[in-house]
Design a protein around this ligand. Structure first.
Ligand SMILES: Cc1cc2nc3c(=O)[nH]c(=O)nc-3n(C[C@H](O)[C@H](O)[C@H](O)COP(=O)(O)OP(=O)(O)OC[C@H]3O[C@@H](n4cnc5c(N)ncnc54)[C@H](O)[C@@H]3O)c2cc1C
Length: 144
């Protein structure tokens, strides 16, 4: 990083403990000027709002049960317990971004068997579907 002129500092474990009392490291820690913490919930909401402003239709409470081919496009069907105002959406293209939940959905996506067979085995090790709010948002921004 020094060679390519990226601002950073290599701290000993003691220096890191003094600078970030809430974090314990076993060895040296690197501080990088461009690194940071992003509030995941605000970020996602902001991006969704921006998409809606640009014309995207947003359906919340819509748990996808299946995606099936329908003419030149696709039909996306919600599970029976979905709370969205609609239960079926037709689209010319579908992007599945189910993250670690993908293995449970994969068999319902109307994908060619050869494609499915070629996929590597998924091993989901952790799923986290909630975020804690900052106890004190002002302090959260005060990263030393
Ligand atoms: C504890 C933890 C800490 C992390 N920390 C960091 C970090 O500091 N920095 C970093 O860069 N990354 C971090 N990650 C990784 C990061 O969170 C993931 O890489 C990222 O969220 C993946 O985004 P994604 O959109 O692919 O999937 P996800 O964020 O998992 O989104 C998938 C979405 O699909 C929805 N979904 C699933 N199935 C269905 C269905 N049938 N119908 C409708 N919706 C469905 C889910 O509800 C979810 O909203 C962390 C992950 C964990 C678990």
């Amino acid at each position: 990083m020094t060679e390519v002129g990226i601002e950073h500092a290599l701290l000993t474990a003691e220096e890191a403990a003094e600078r970030w009392p809430g974090i314990r490291t076993n060895g040296p820690a690197m501080w990088h000027a461009s690194a940071g913490v992003i509030d995941a919930q605000t970020t996602v909401r902001t991006m969704v709002d921006a998409a809606v402003e640009l014309g995207a239709a947003l359906f919340t409470g819509f748990t996808v049960a299946s995606v099936t081919r329908s003419g030149a496009g696709f039909t996306v069907t919600a599970t029976a317990d979905s709370t969205a105002a609609v239960s079926v959406v037709n689209a010319s293209h579908v992007i599945v971004a189910a993250g670690g939940f993908l293995p449970g959905l994969l068999g319902e996506l109307s994908l060619p068997s050869g494609f499915l067979a070629a996929l590597p085995t998924f091993e989901v090790r952790q799923e986290m579907a909630f975020h804690f709010p900052y106890a004190n948002p002002d302090e959260a921004m005060d990263w030393p």
